[in-house]
Design a protein. Structure first.
Length: 374
């Protein structure tokens, strides 16, 4: 079979294969896009997730918005072919208009329940985060790389609750690829991590007037950091004003704490502290506001629309959740994104706080798999 595509005309090969064939043969190799949009008036959050799984021959995509007490989600999955430009999954299309700058996402729901035409325009450079690696005995089950980029949105979203024009809405996107657990549960003997499964992840990309901050950390059950990083980057009016020398500042000596809503694993805010390169203190305070967004809406912990599973040659789905009826003990709703207002000294900002805690986590006071904050 011929796997050659137009991309093979570019000198970008990193493996002795056509570009469409992944270097790793691991079945769980993936290539992923993520976007969010945050309303400064605290009325809604929308998110986009698109995943390609070449060794599973699957591509899936999700669009979800938390708005007026409901979360509306559209899902699509199909067989992955060799065509990568534009990226099409059912009625959803992602076009890279200008790499590292402008991307357009379109959803044309044939039932007209949820649709959008949105363009993301970057106002920060793409920032590479530390690699994420997780092993289980002799096997590496997670080895990924990711970059993040902040920007703003223009366009239109149509929901059953009304039409939104998210002009100049704050947004974040990330691109990641590598190997991580996706799809259905694998066979064989249970892995050692299954003796006490769990994960702790906290991420906070924040927009200020002329700069942004990014913080992310994984921890184990005892609160030991397995990955942590934070940086301060400039923001620009548009990408044409980016200078040759980009001032990216690393924040050192990091600590953080999350405040939890009683009886849940949903956050009410966080504090992140560290030291800047000029030895000044970095004390960032975050307070959650507006609607909560459940990442299940873009496939995480979703029984039916889990990332990378085979749904057939083509499949689509649509669902709506009443946010007032979500069970805080249902672990499929533990993974959340929330709008936050931020304070860093005299600077005030706006952004997102992501939290996922499954299983025991001693610093948070979580003692077993499902318990909420005391």
């Amino acid at each position: 079979m011929n796997y050659i595509t137009p991309f093979d005309d570019y000198p970008i090969h990193q493996a002795i294969e056509p570009v469409t064939i992944p270097g790793p043969s691991d079945r769980n190799f993936y290539d992923r896009y993520f976007f969010n949009g945050l309303d400064p008036e605290n009325e809604y959050i929308f998110e986009i997730g698109i995943g390609l799984y070449p060794n599973r021959h699957v591509i899936d995509a999700h669009f979800s918005i938390s708005y007026k007490g409901q979360q509306y989600s559209f899902h699509a999955s199909q067989r992955l072919d060799q065509d990568r430009v534009p990226i099409k999954v059912g009625p959803m299309t992602l076009t890279i208009d200008e790499p590292m700058n402008k991307l357009t996402f379109i959803l044309k729901d044939p039932d007209n329940k949820l649709s959008c035409n949105l363009q993301f325009s970057a106002n920060s450079v793409a920032h590479q985060e530390p690699r994420s690696v997780l092993t289980e005995g002799t096997r590496t089950i997670m080895n990924t790389i990711r970059f993040t980029q902040l920007g703003k949105w223009t366009g239109e979203i149509k929901t059953e609750a009304g039409t939104i024009n998210p002009d100049a809405i704050y947004g974040t996107r990330d691109r990641s690829w590598g190997v991580r657990p996706v799809g259905e549960q694998e066979g064989g003997a249970p892995g050692m991590l299954n003796e006490e499964p769990g994960v702790y992840w906290c991420w906070a990309p924040i927009h200020f007037n002329d700069f942004c901050t990014q913080f992310g950390t994984f921890e184990d059950r005892d609160g030991n950091t397995t990955q942590i990083s934070a940086h301060k980057l400039p923001l620009y009016k548009d990408m044409s004003s980016v200078p040759e020398e980009i001032a990216v500042e690393t924040i050192h000596s990091l600590n953080h704490s999350v405040n939890w809503q009683k009886g849940t694993r949903w956050s009410t805010g966080a504090k992140i502290s560290g030291v800047l390169e000029n030895k000044e203190k970095f004390d960032l305070e975050l307070e959650t506001i507006g609607p909560i967004f459940y990442c299940k809406g873009i496939g995480y912990q979703h029984d039916e629309w889990k990332h990378g599973i085979w749904k057939g040659e083509t499949a689509t789905g649509y669902e709506v959740w009443d946010l007032s009826e979500i069970d805080p003990a249902d672990y499929t709703f533990f993974h959340t994104h929330q709008i936050v207002k931020a304070k860093l000294g005299s600077d005030k900002g706006f952004g997102m706080l992501e939290n996922l805690v499954v299983g025991r986590h001693d610093p948070s006071g979580f003692e077993d798999f499902f318990d909420g904050a005391k």
